[in-house]
Design a protein around this ligand. Structure first.
Ligand SMILES: *[C@@H]1O[C@H](CO)[C@@H](O)[C@H](O)[C@H]1NC(C)=O
Ligand SMILES: *[C@@H]1O[C@H](CO)[C@@H](O)[C@H](O)[C@H]1NC(C)=O
Ligand SMILES: *[C@@H]1O[C@H](CO)[C@@H](O)[C@H](O)[C@H]1NC(C)=O
Ligand SMILES: *[C@@H]1O[C@H](CO)[C@@H](O)[C@H](O)[C@H]1NC(C)=O
Ligand SMILES: *[C@@H]1O[C@H](CO)[C@@H](O)[C@H](O)[C@H]1NC(C)=O
Ligand SMILES: *[C@@H]1O[C@H](CO)[C@@H](O)[C@H](O)[C@H]1NC(C)=O
Length: 369
């Protein structure tokens, strides 16, 4: 009898294991730290680690006359200012806005990706290189990854290396004016392969995620590209492989200037997608909390000193809403049956699996008796 029960339980696990491919999904951040890890202006924080030292860079006026302030830490807790990473010479015909830098390492060379534009217009993606993580990098020696004549607005580059085969990809945001497939007009996220030692996009762009939900509204009646649109925004892609074969693309939706801004995610089984996203009426990972945090978003993800615990690094506004500073929270993952946007399918699926199990168990008991 015990034997039969053991067999039947083993069967249940086997059926569930084979049939219901559960995935790990990130959980909502519910408790926010009281203070940022650094009180200066450093938005769109990108944290990375080299040989046990943590680094963080972000959007902001440098404190030492450069662009993109940087921080350094041994433990993810205490962060010291560590200079500005980019030299950008101010020239009348040159971009005056530099946004959302990230750094990636390939063959002991560090690559700084960022966008450069005129105000909030004509942003193009650039990459500059250096032999050390915090540079200095030189904007005059950067390579342009997008052609602004062909792509009028590209921001938030995120270089990602697939652990499976070592291939590099570049996720970034661009504008869309169509409403195909029920998408909203606005900024969305795309991906392309990075080739030629990080200096060129392959030119085979795929859509990762586009706006579909009300909470992702950037601005009603926004005048842009010579028209008036209800404009929706998804930006700040950060891709993470918590388990092999599952690609979680974190993004920030809505308007970075307002408390509606927050982080959500989509999931795919290949870096190029397709990505499934089942967001609802609000961002699921970080969001504003009255008297606690304002507009937490534009995140990166990093492993802690134990190489297991994951942390989400994001910015939020100070109370006066004049400064965006970096915050760090632990990020939990939980097992979940994958959704096909309509959750009814999952219930049906689980019910069928359970029915199948009952039939098998009845069959076994019938023969055992
Ligand atoms: C990290 O360690 C490797 C191996 O010791 C070394 O070759 C490399 O230069 C180090 N990188 C940095 C940025 O310290
Ligand atoms: C940060 O600064 C403190 C005080 O100056 C120093 O003790 C510490 O070693 C520094 N940490 C890093 C990672 O540079
Ligand atoms: C940056 O590169 C330009 C062009 O090569 C060069 O003239 C300039 O001196 C460099 N700036 C720094 C600070 O290295
Ligand atoms: C950018 O695109 C325009 C229009 O297609 C083209 O004429 C120009 O040569 C391109 N610039 C570069 C640097 O490739
Ligand atoms: C990339 O860089 C490596 C050295 O770092 C070099 O051997 C290789 O030829 C380069 N590949 C391309 C496509 O530029
Ligand atoms: C947007 O424009 C429409 C049409 O002019 C108007 O009815 C609506 O109130 C506007 N919405 C906002 C939020 O300004």
């Amino acid at each position: 009898m015990t034997y039969t029960i053991t067999i039947s339980l083993l069967l249940l696990f086997l059926i569930i294991f084979i049939d219901v491919h559960s995935v790990l999904v990130p959980q909502s951040v519910d408790e926010y730290p009281k203070n940022p890890v650094w009180t200066g202006y450093l938005a769109d924080p990108y944290a990375f680690e080299v040989n046990g030292t943590y680094y963080m860079i972000g959007t902001g006026l440098g404190l030492s006359g450069g662009t993109f302030p940087s921080l350094k830490s041994d433990d993810l807790i205490t962060w010291n200012y560590s200079g500005d990473v980019l030299y950008a010479t101010k020239q009348p015909d040159q971009p005056d806005q530099y946004w959302a830098p990230e750094i990636a390492e390939k063959d002991n060379i560090f690559y700084l990706f960022y966008s450069a534009g005129f105000g909030e217009k004509q942003h193009r993606l650039r990459v500059a290189s250096s032999k050390s993580p915090l540079g200095p990098y030189n904007d005059s020696q950067s390579i342009e990854l997008t052609n602004v004549t062909e792509l009028a607005f590209a921001i938030d580059p995120h270089a990602f290396q697939d652990k499976k085969d070592g291939q590099w990809y570049l996720f970034y945001s661009r504008d869309f004016l169509d409403m195909d497939n029920g998408y909203r007009v606005g900024t969305g996220i795309v991906v392309d392969r990075l080739i030629d030692n990080m200096t060129r996009l392959a030119g085979v762009e795929e859509v990762v995620l586009r706006a579909k939900h009300d909470w992702q509204l950037y601005e009603s009646n926004r005048t842009i590209y010579g028209h008036v649109y209800d404009w929706y925004t998804l930006e700040g892609a950060a891709v993470w492989q918590e388990e092999s074969g599952v690609y979680t693309c974190f993004y920030s939706g809505s308007n970075w200037q307002t408390p509606t801004y927050g982080v959500d995610y989509g999931i795919a089984d290949s870096p190029m997608g397709p990505y499934i996203e089942d967001s609802t009426d609000r961002p699921r990972i970080t969001r504003s909390k009255e008297n606690v945090i304002i507009g937490p978003g534009h995140n990166s993800i990093i492993s802690g000193p134990d190489k297991k615990t994951t942390y989400i690094v994001y910015h939020a506004w100070n109370e006066a809403r004049t400064i965006r500073s970096p915050y760090i929270s632990q990020l939990e993952w939980k097992t979940k049956v994958p959704h096909n946007s309509s959750s009814g399918q999952d219930l049906l699926h689980v019910t069928l699996v359970f029915l199948f199990y009952i039939i098998v168990v009845l069959f076994i008991f019938h023969h055992a008796l």
